[in-house]
Structure formats: C-alpha cells, structure tokens
Design a protein around this ligand. Structure first.
Ligand code: ZN
Length: 328
C-alpha cells in the first residue's frame, strides 16, 4: 500500500511560505510525506523555521499521525531550503537520515572540503576576470565560513548507495547541485525530483567543485539529468518548489531548448568581442550582476564550459585570465 498524504490537492505536503519576499521566484518550499505499508518517510525538510515546523506537525495531525510515526528522512540535496528541519525532527524523534554520499561533507561542513571550496571560488573568480566584485564575494564566503562553523548538521547521515531504496529507484541528477538525487516510484510513475525541474522557473545549474576541487560541468550535467528523467514514463513530478508537474516530458523539452538558446546567445556575445566570463555576465545580466553575482557567474561559466566541451569556443589564458573565442 502506498498513500501520498493529500494535504493540498496533488501534493503530499506543501508547506506554505512563511516569508515569500525572501523566496523570490520560488513560490513555495515543498517537502513530502510518503506513507507506505511499513514506513512514513519525509522527503526533504524545508527551512529551519517555526512556520515550517508547525506546518509539518499540522500536516501530520490532520492525517491522524504524529511526529513519532516518521520512520526516516530522505534528502534530495544539501541546500538550506531542503534540510532545515532535520536536526529538530531527529532531536525530538531519533530516526535515520539518508542522503547522497556527496551530501555528507557539505551537510557536515567538513573543514577540509569547505576550505577547498572557498579556494576553488577564489581561483575561479580571479581566472574569470571578476576583479573587485569577485574579491568581495570571496571575503563574504570567508566570513560565512567562520560564521557557519558550528552549523553542521548534527544528525548522523547514512549514504544512499543502492539503486533501489525504500521502494524508489534512485536517480543521480546533478547540475543544480552535485549531490542531487531524484526518487522514482516506477509503479506509480511519480518522481520526487528536488530542484531538477520546477514548473514556473528554470532551475539554476550552480557551479561547484567536486571533492577534489575540480570544476563540475554543471550545464552538461543538467542536460544529462533532464534526459535521464525523460527516458522514464513519469506522470507526476513532485518538485522542491512550485506546483506538481503533470506533463514532465513537455517541460523537460522546454528546459532543454532554453539551455541551447542561452548557449547560442552567449556564443553571440563572444562573437561580438566579449571574451571573459565577467564581461559577458556584466552585459547579459546588467540588472542582477551585483545582487546575484554567484548565480550569474554560475550560469555564464556553466555555459562557457558547455560551449568549450562542444568545441564551439576555445579558451586561452592571458596573464592568468581565461579568454574565450569562437572556434574557427
Ligand atoms: Zn536547491
């Protein structure tokens, strides 16, 4: 038996937004209760706020359940809006927490990895020609590293290493984050996809280092992850934000097309003489460059890597700065 708790129409559990202005375009933060014969799993765990805690308890109570009925927490990826309540739940009711092995150093804020990550961005922003804005961002990251030192997840995390887990087929779907997993119920044709696919906005591919400090090819990963899901027959995608997706194939097609269009646009900027990632970011994202610097740079760098992989551009370093030119 398998029951998706029907709290709000199609979603098993949609947590109302406590502070929409902070969420920007995300609309809602979704996390899901999935009841099976012998388990009651929580997929993702929202923000660590009182309103999300209350919403979780309300959803349980409205379905004749209590927190103590939860049997485990499963995480799609390590981002702060997906893992917030984990420690609060586990403190009140000790249950296992499962995530990708790649989530663990990030959630545990492993000292070596966190330092390597800051070094990675320091070098990256320098090489991409970001100058003072890049330096400011690094100063912010270094401060955040100190400030968040004690904010590691306390709960023990068990790595999901099997292809099948709790009745779900586990799909690795990196791109938005290196550790992102999607949980597929092949029988019900339902996919819990984290932030892989969101109906009302394109999910960002966010540039990150791997465990050894090498840059991940995030746009290529995003394309592969979307294609991976398109290969399955899926009726509904339960996303991390916004509405349930009822025609995922059409949306995946749209997102893949948009990626190609964006790549072509960036190629045209290079053609017209903008050769560094920073120059392209400044002309393409005039209004958001300062405010959303790291996301804007992620987008441009991801696409430059993608164009380079497709041999449409070549990169040459001039005084340690990466310059891109259209391949002739
Ligand atoms: Zn995310």
């Amino acid at each position: 038996m398998y029951i998706l708790l029907d709290i709000k129409k199609d979603c098993s559990l949609v947590i109302p937004i406590s502070n929409p202005e902070k969420l920007g375009g995300l609309k809602t933060v979704n996390f899901f209760l999935v009841k099976q014969e012998k388990s009651l799993s929580l997929i993702d765990a929202g923000y660590n706020t009182d309103s999300h805690w209350e919403a979780l308890n309300l959803a349980l109570n409205q379905n004749g359940l209590v927190l103590q009925d939860l049997t485990e927490i499963i995480l799609t990826h390590h981002h702060i809006d997906h893992v917030g309540l984990v420690d609060r739940i586990v403190d009140a009711h000790p249950i296992p927490v499962y995530a990708s092995p790649l989530s663990i150093p990030r959630l545990k804020r492993d000292k070596d990895f966190m330092e390597l990550r800051v070094e990675f961005f320091e070098k990256l922003y320098y090489e991409m020609g970001c100058g003072e804005t890049g330096e400011k961002q690094i100063a912010y990251l270094k401060k955040a590293l100190l400030r968040n030192k004690g904010k590691a997840m306390r709960a023990e995390i068990t790595a999901i290493t099997d292809n099948e887990f709790l009745g779900f087929t586990i799909l690795e779907v990196p791109g938005h984050s290196p550790d992102q997993l999607a949980f597929l119920d092949q029988q019900r044709k339902q996919l819990f996809a984290g932030d892989l696919l969101i109906e009302h906005i394109s999910s960002n591919a966010i540039v990150e280092p791997d465990e050894n400090g090498s840059r991940l090819p995030t746009i290529s990963q995003q394309i592969d992850s979307l294609n991976k899901c398109a290969a399955f027959h899926i009726d509904s995608v339960f996303p991390g934000h916004g509405a349930v997706i009822q025609d995922p194939k059409a949306l995946i097609h749209k997102r893949l097309e948009r990626i190609e269009e964006k790549s072509e646009l960036i190629l045209r900027y290079i053609q017209s003489g903008h050769s560094t990632a920073n120059e392209i970011a400044q002309v393409l994202y005039k209004n958001t460059y300062n405010e959303q610097f790291s996301l804007v740079m992620s987008e441009i760098i991801g696409h430059l890597d993608y164009l380079e992989a497709k041999k449409k551009v070549t990169m040459k370093k001039l005084q340690s700065i990466c310059h891109y030119h259209v391949t002739v």
